[in-house]
Design a protein around this ligand. Structure first.
Ligand SMILES: Cc1cc2nc3c(=O)[nH]c(=O)nc-3n(C[C@H](O)[C@H](O)[C@H](O)COP(=O)(O)OP(=O)(O)OC[C@H]3O[C@@H](n4cnc5c(N)ncnc54)[C@H](O)[C@@H]3O)c2cc1C
Length: 461
């Protein structure tokens, strides 16, 4: 049987886009107080909070493409309390108190995003229905039980995380092979592109200039160079995430990993009732390979996962944004989770690069002497984290000493990635090992502890 290709287009772009030109400024003013490179969530939130901290600041965001061109306009819409690194890894380096402070800051971030989007009138389909990881094997139940024990020891009770039995889990989402569930109570979902455009409109109305279609070629203290202009500012902030390695200041600090997505047609009421997700919980299962899904406000399932190859030399090309093999894999996985989707049409496929630092730990840094700063390295967890980073970066620039500026992610430095071809071999092996671990657990019913141990070793600081 020939399987039809899934149309290559991003679901999130199918909205009534407000005339973007109203957020485009000509480059006639070349001098600012703060220049931000990159108009994704991090750049936009940073500009927003800088203005709140000091309305007199003249701020400009310079974007090589258009607002939300990067991962911010293409992601899975999990606005979650999850961080890319584990609490244990933060505790190992900075102590348990710091780990808990950072996790608490993530919980507060969800409240902050809800508050700001509501106050700014940004209708981005934000729904805080929690996030459910369905546990579909004994191994997955055991891993979740151990995780919940750790969380309880760190002081997080039932009002934060819940271990569900089979029936409780099925009441929320009717996934095949359900043995139980792990519920993260505070997480939310949203429409990624609507958030980007709403934020862009908000910062524009604060007076921030957004200069689109202007790739930054290089930057130094006090100066940003595009092909057409030299812009000057006391403060220069880089928020370019997966694209960062093109700058000499950030070479080998992160690598671009591709995440891919598919979306279904809008589901009928009958199919929806066979699936559940009534509160629009984001969902995945407890496998080792990363997968993520949400029911959109117009009742489709948008579903994504890793598994696309890392490209030699950290290359980023438009052609890498689509991968029919991975898309078909995602389609089969979603049907495996929800067999009722067997005849459902898959209408969209897209993807994009995210940024992975060597120790999977995001970073917010600012040097008051040079006026240079940056934020990013969220791996696949940047939707909420970028708000925390933007608020923190704004406080650092305004020399405010706050709870945020004392978090361990501030001026945290990850070691650099290996040079090629080592990087290519190691990163692609990690992906293959995650797949192998899932295959082994599926076949034998036993935990793939040795493989997971190797994965942890390679991806560890
Ligand atoms: C397919 C996919 C699914 C994802 N799903 C989720 C999810 O469900 N939940 C979650 O939390 N995270 C998810 N992520 C990650 C999340 O989207 C990102 O971490 C987050 O959007 C990063 O925001 P950012 O503003 O830092 O970077 P970006 O959104 O990547 O923005 C960087 C901007 O910088 C611009 N830029 C780059 N180079 C230059 C230059 N030289 N000059 C000027 N501008 C430049 C780019 O054009 C881009 O607009 C996903 C990512 C992908 C790719």
């Amino acid at each position: 049987m020939t399987i039809e290709a899934i149309p290559e287009k991003c679901l999130w772009n199918e909205i009534d886009v407000p005339d973007i030109s109203h957020v485009v400024e000509s480059g006639d003013c070349d001098e600012f107080d703060v220049l931000i490179i990159g108009a994704g969530y991090t750049g936009l939130w940073t500009a927003f909070y800088l203005h709140l901290n000091d309305p007199s600041l003249r701020i400009a965001i310079i974007e090589k493409n258009t607002v939300g061109f990067g991962a911010s306009g293409r992601n899975g819409g999990w606005c979650s309390t999850i961080m890319p690194m584990s609490l244990d890894s933060i505790a190992h380096r900075y102590g348990r108190e710091q780990a808990i402070a950072l996790q608490n800051a993530m919980f507060a971030t969800l409240d902050e995003i809800k508050y700001r989007t509501t106050a700014l009138g940004i209708d981005c389909d934000f729904t805080q229905g929690g996030s459910i990881q369905v546990l579909r094997s004994v191994n997955q139940v055991e891993r979740a039980a151990s995780r919940i024990r750790n969380l309880r020891e760190s002081g997080y009770g039932e009002d934060f995380y819940q271990l569900l039995d089979r029936e409780e889990s099925l009441n929320l989402v009717k996934m095949s092979k359900t043995c139980g569930g792990f519920l993260d109570v505070h997480s939310a979902v949203l429409h990624p592109k609507k958030l980007c455009l709403g934020l862009a409109t908000a910062v524009r109305s604060q007076g921030t200039a957004i200069i689109e279609n202007s790739p930054v070629l290089s930057y130094t203290p006090g100066q940003v160079q595009t092909r057409q202009h030299t812009y000057k500012a006391k403060v220069v902030l880089r928020t370019t995430e997966a694209f960062s390695s093109s700058f000499s200041q950030a070479q080998r600090s992160v690598i671009p990993l591709y995440s891919m997505m598919v979306a279904t047609e809008p589901l009928s009421t009958a199919i929806r009732s066979e699936i559940g997700l009534d509160s629009r919980q984001s969902f995945n299962d407890g496998r080792n390979m990363v997968i993520y899904g949400q029911r959109t406000a117009d009742n489709r399932l948008a579903f994504g996962g890793r598994g696309a190859p890392y490209h030699f030399g950290s290359k980023i090309l438009p052609s890498f944004d689509f991968n029919q093999k991975v898309a078909q894999g995602l389609r089969s996985t979603l049907i495996e989770l929800f067999p009722v989707l067997e005849r459902t049409e898959f209408t969209h496929h897209w993807g994009g690069p995210l940024a992975a630092p060597r120790d999977w730990t995001f970073n917010i840094s600012y040097d008051p002497l040079s006026g240079l700063g940056s934020a990013g390295g969220y791996v696949g967890d940047g939707v909420a984290t970028s708000n925390l980073a933007g608020r923190t970066l704004a406080d650092l620039v305004c020399e405010r000493s706050t709870e945020l500026t004392r978090l361990s992610c501030v001026n945290h430095f990850s070691k650099k990635w290996e040079i090629e071809p080592l990087r290519f071999v190691a990163v692609n092996s990690l992906t293959k090992m995650a797949m192998l671990a899932d295959w082994k657990e599926d076949k034998t019913g036993r935990p793939a502890s040795i493989i997971n141990g190797i994965i942890d070793k390679i991806s560890d600081a």
